[in-house]
Ligand binder design. Sequence first.
Ligand code: S3P
Length: 438
Amino acid sequence: MSQLDFVVDAGGVLQGAFRVPGDKSISHRSIMFGSLANGVTHVSGFLQGEDSLNTLRAFRAMGVDIDGPTEDGRLTIQGVGLKGLKQPSGPLDLGNSGTSMRLMAGLLSGQAFDLELSGDQSLSKRPMKRVTDPLAQMNARVDTAEGGRPPLKIHGGQPLKAINYEMPVASAQVKSCLLLAGIYAEGTTCVTEPAPTRDHTERMLEAFGYSLKKDGATVCLQGGGELTACDIDVPADISSAAFFIVGASIAKGSDITLQHVGINPTRTGIIDIMRLMGANIELLNETMVGGEPVADIRIRSAELQGVAIPEALVPLAIDEFPVIFVAAACASGETRVTGAKELRVKESDRIQVMADGLQALGVDAVPTDDGMIIQGGSINGGKVHSRDDHRIAMAFTMAGLRASAPIHIEDCENVNTSFPDFVGLAQKAGIKINAEVN
Ligand code: S3P
């Protein structure tokens, strides 16, 4: 079978002002909330990546009329109300998207019909008990395959009851799943998180007129309310911007500005970590759009130093570790990442896959149970494997900026899940990257 590989020639300088694609987390939620609202929701800046398009297709399959996306990411969603979804004609295939599956498991547990959620090979290996266990406490009936893996078979018509849930892992997907189920439950559902995680669900619920009570690490909502349509401007995804934040930091002579990026404080761990390492990052034109803070981010290259990354920053940069490991490989001294075991259950085992790739490029990178220890130094050319994980492929693309010879990255098709036209934008910015079908 043919596969898409990236070949990145060594060196390069990043320059220019550009906008990376829309935020994946907010794009998923815009479809879900817009579909369940009363009235018409207009979305702009929607991410046209495979993951969010899978959410869109799933809601269309449940009878929601969604117009778009247009080329510039505009959508019009005719909301059907909380009880207006229809039973789809077959299983809903959510591709690679863990966010779609976990959030939808919550909101679909409250419907009157049965349905099945399935995914690709990677998603089919990811843990779902973290949502199905608390959903069962709410009286939902969700069957999993062996070991708590997808597909999920959801039995509708169950009267849900509210719970008070203390999450054992810091996961925005679990929190969001339970809040969405809580809308359909009798009583007040409360979720407490062990550390702050992204709060897009809470912000968007409020934007759609659903009231929440927040008290420290706990958020509560009462079932039986309604969502009222509103307009959503999806900012550029800081998780996609992260590749260029690191790229411009490590490539000498670089100076770039990333426009209209979401800087929600539950997502800005990448900025804090890079600043701790000595990066030169400025936030410009800070404003609020639809309850979410945004800014232009200017990055100029800098000498980076290794650091012990504070564990409190880990959930706030959870998707950025592949490229943070690359930054560490370019820093002087040692970087230690701990408290990041969740990386082992993402689209790939990001601790193992990044350690394997960095070692193949001659970097002293030692994987640990919950993180990695990296000695900064030089990066050789060579061959690495993305293990079909978008963020691994894009992280190793940035490593090319400091490598001594070309880096060949295998199996990069999956980049389309979160960053359509990554290659085009990377070339425009100054990276010597080519996509090859092998
Ligand atoms: C997401 C939450 C995070 C993140 C994922 C998107 C979300 O997952 O890794 O890419 O949109 O809620 P966890 O909640 O499993 O940490």
